[in-house]
Design a protein around this ligand. Sequence first.
Ligand code: ADP
Length: 584
Amino acid sequence: MSAAAPTILPVATGAQVRRYAVRLLRKYPRATSLALSLHALAALAALAGPRLLGDLVEDVEQGTTIGRVNTVIAVLAAFLLAQTVLTRFARYLSFTLGERVLAELREDFVQNSLALPVGVVESAGSGDLLTRTSRDVEQLGWSVRWALPEWTIAVLTAALTFVAAIAVGWWVAIPCLLGVPPLVIGLRWYLRRAKDGYLRENASYAAISASLTETVEGARTVEALGLQDHRLRRVDADISESFAAERYTLFLRTVFFPSVEVAYLIPTVATLLFGGYLYTQGAVSLGDVTAATLYVQMLIDPVDRIVSILDELQVGAASLARLLGVAHVPDDREATGRRPDGEQIEARDVRFAYSPGRDVLHSVDMSVGVGERIAMVGPSGAGKSTLGRLLAGIHPPRTGAVTVGGVGLTELPLAELRGHVALVTQEHHVFVGTLRENLALAVDGRADDSRLLAALEAVDAREWVEALPDGLDTVVGSGGRALGAAQAQQLALARLVLADPHTLVLDEATSLIDPRAARHLERSLAAVLHGRTVIAIAHRLFSAHDADRVAVVENGEITEFGTHEELVDRSGSYAKLWSSWHGS
Ligand code: ADP
């Protein structure tokens, strides 16, 4: 399985998986029952064969005409045709049903993933979520499209065939039951060992290709250091491990397949023997023995499918459990319905830790006036970005409160929160689509070109956008026109201008733009954002100089907070930073 990706996101329990599957199928009662009925009818049509053949045997024994035989054969052919047509429609229905269910599963998964708290995604890493979106969805797709319908059909067919066999005479149950113990014992023995065996086999293939690639890629080093023998021994060892692993699974198969074959053969042979004995006793007719034997033989195919698909279904269920698990991440936001009274941002006695017991913010207090421009400065790793994220409501504080107008930021639904506070960092995504679509995202697509261009102008980007041959219609993002990092950053800022929240938290939002251009950009942004509260994490001190107040963050605390002049006069950390920057 995915040994490399640690599982940090939860996995749903078996009961939750079953409840979900049942609920999903209940959503399509008509399609489900129609598909099942068609499969049942197809199986019933197939069951006519042995009975007709049995009757034919009896007729032949008692003397019959060619005409009668021909009629029986024509009826047989008609049933065969009916079975084929029914099967075709039954399959068509169950495959389309499978696609619908799969589409729904995917939508649920995407919805659940998008609702994941940012903090959880960051700490779980993208690996686990990615494995779930790719490998698990693919695995589940296989199960839902193919394994589940096939398995259901096989169970239905086996059950109906068994009933038909018993209908010939109760005695047929005895030979059938004789096959059960070897089948169950063989299956349990095999399933208990197979998973580890095949995992070991796969791992050994991976090891061989890893060491071969390593040897080939590092051929010069191997030669230079005279490591040939060492590498050869390594490859030999890998190959013999692989050989041993393959031998083991081969051994498993050489035990399992014959035991299953025996389990399939025993009932057929026993039906013949037992039926033959009963016939000699005059208890049953030759036709009954023929029909019974044929039914018992017909059981082999569906039972074989039930057994072999079981494995696939287990893998599919495991994938479903991992996909559903994403929905079980506890939410770190809780909408209380309270409404902010004003736009005043405040942090009170805020502590925060990414991992338990290791606070990166210690008792931070900060009150930001409406329309105030705050610059946060301090050494790298001091906690500026972390504080910025708390002030933007991305993480809830461990203790204390971060509020807008007296309401905790994480008490507000996300859509509402973003109208109050927005965060821009240096990581931003350019979506595949036109520039217009990329910008209009910020306002749910509702903006005319003049507004978009005004926003671009505010971030100094209007010129280059208008210089593009297609202007706002230029397709960007992967596969489209490649934008530079600075241009992408300008787009993100333009989106922010369009969204126009009351408070902006800018974390290195202009870091990828060259310093002189950045200063100009920040000034034009400031003009547009006039009257808005801005909390900027400053990596260049001129932004601090332009701000109303400066907060110095050191070791997870605000050590100085005041205007540029006040802090310079105080001769503390900020004064030192300022003189070293200014002096250079
Ligand atoms: P600054 O923005 O001042 O450079 P940060 O807020 O990025 O500081 O980091 C403060 C502390 O928190 C650092 O010790 C950093 O290693 C830690 N930290 C930052 N982000 C994470 C994270 N996602 N998970 C764990 N620790 C983090």
